[in-house]
Design a protein around this ligand. Structure first.
Ligand code: DSN
Length: 412
């Protein structure tokens, strides 16, 4: 063995993943076929440029891999232009801004503590809030987006781009409405579907493609591929600017990135092939069914859920009535084998490191084949551990029994 220390740590990570309930809603298990492509010799190759126009020789196979990934993404999402090279979601959003905006232009996105993302214009500390002006919209007291208010804000703020995308919003996004608002104020619409791409494919969340100019997604969340991202230009975007695809490509390379990670791109191609299948669409539907059972049971146990429930893969619990903060709850649950993350709730009075909520989701549990029965049990585990921390050991044992019945690589 070349490196027993790392080998042992990887083995331990495998055991940890097998023996715990992975409920961070942005995480998932990539299939063995995806992992195989990711760990293949393709990673040895430099391929700066694009298929047929590389700055390095030796890309005969790489060109075919990247072309196939693009072809599959175009078909799956019904878009005319795709770039599969972004290293991940943040660089992908940076590339969209770099392509469409000038420094100082205004980005309007959902505030972080309303369930947005740092790259959606979070002020002062992120590139999106430092090199651009930013206007942030928020969810209302009921936890839902208020589209009339968003429209009023857009009219007052006149952003150059509106970002419709979330990381902790449990409800359907009305992309059609976002599209109308963007059109009204002459802004581009970027739909960041990183969390919900798999749900869009499964048809359990409306697609933004008819309404947005650009759609960005990471590839490792509900899409269940490797860690990477794709930027898609829609027909609407191309009709506005025939050069939009080229501008996006130039922003990714040479604007922001160097050599693309072609092993990741090969793994994205594999994930996209998997996502074309009927079982994947069934999987997407089951993610939502599972989340809704979990939400219903948590409500029955006296938990307050932001917005009162969920339409998608995630649930945001407001823990204030349970007299525990999100960080303490997440650390306690981890000891029982239930892995969630502490998360701000809308208008959170607590600081970001010790927020008032936890965020949990069902994409990874659903990949293991779990269904409503297990969701009901898991709601009980969560309630027990938060109510009676002395029960941690007992719950951990039951979690182990449950995870043993659902080996990760049986279904995928
Ligand atoms: N870090 C991702 C998430 O957990 O939602 C967003 O980038």
């Amino acid at each position: 063995m070349v490196d027993p220390q790392i080998a042992q740590l990887i083995e331990k990570e495998k055991e940890r993943q097998e023996n715990t309930l992975m409920m961070i809603p942005s995480e998932n298990y990539a299939s063995l076929a995806v992992l195989e492509a990711l760990g293949s010799v393709v990673q040895n190759k430099y391929a700066e440029g694009y298929s047929g126009k590389r700055y390095y020789q030796g890309n005969i196979n790489i060109d075919k891999i990247e072309t196939l990934a693009i072809k599959r993404a175009k078909k799956l999402f019904a878009v005319p232009h795709v770039n599969v090279q972004p290293y991940s979601g943040s660089p992908a959003n940076a590339a969209v801004y770099f392509a469409l905006l000038k420094p100082g232009d205004k980005i309007m996105g959902l505030a972080l503590n309303s369930g947005g993302h740092l790259t959606h214009g979070y002020p002062k500390i992120t590139f999106s809030g430092r090199y651009f002006q930013s206007a942030q919209y928020e969810v209302g007291e009921d936890g839902f987006l208020d589209y009339e208010e968003i429209e009023e804000q857009a009219i007052a703020q006149r952003p150059k781009i509106i970002v419709a995308g979330t990381t902790a919003y449990p409800r359907i996004l009305d992309f059609e409405r976002f599209g109308r608002i963007a059109d009204k104020v002459g802004a581009y619409l970027l739909a960041d579907i990183s969390h919900i791409a798999g749900l869009v494919i499964a048809n359990v969340h409306p697609s933004p493609v008819p309404y947005a100019d650009v759609v960005m997604t990471t590839t490792h969340k509900t899409l269940r591929g490797p860690r990477g991202a794709m930027i898609m230009v829609t027909r609407k975007g191309l009709a506005k600017d025939g050069q939009m695809g080229k501008r996006i490509d130039r922003a990714v390379f040479p604007g922001l990135q160097g050599g693309p990670h072609e092993n990741t791109i090969a793994a994205i191609a594999v994930a996209l092939r998997e996502a074309q299948s009927k079982p994947f669409r069934e999987y997407g539907k089951q993610i939502v069914k599972n989340a809704q059972v979990l939400a219903r049971e948590l409500l029955r146990m006296g938990f307050n859920l932001v917005s009162g429930g969920t339409d998608n893969h995630l649930i945001l619990i407001d823990l204030r009535n349970k007299k525990i903060d999100g960080k303490t709850a997440a650390v306690t649950l981890e000891k029982a084998g239930v892995v969630v993350n502490a998360n701000a709730i809308p208008h959170d009075p607590n600081p970001p490191y010790r927020p008032s909520g936890i965020r949990l989701g069902t994409p990874a549990l659903t990949s293991r084949g779990m269904k409503g029965r297990e969701m009901t049990q898991i709601a009980h585990f969560i309630s027990e551990v938060i109510k009676i921390p002395e029960e941690i050991k007992m719950v951990k044992n039951i979690v182990m029994k449950m995870t043993n019945q659902f080996p990760i690589y049986k279904n995928i």
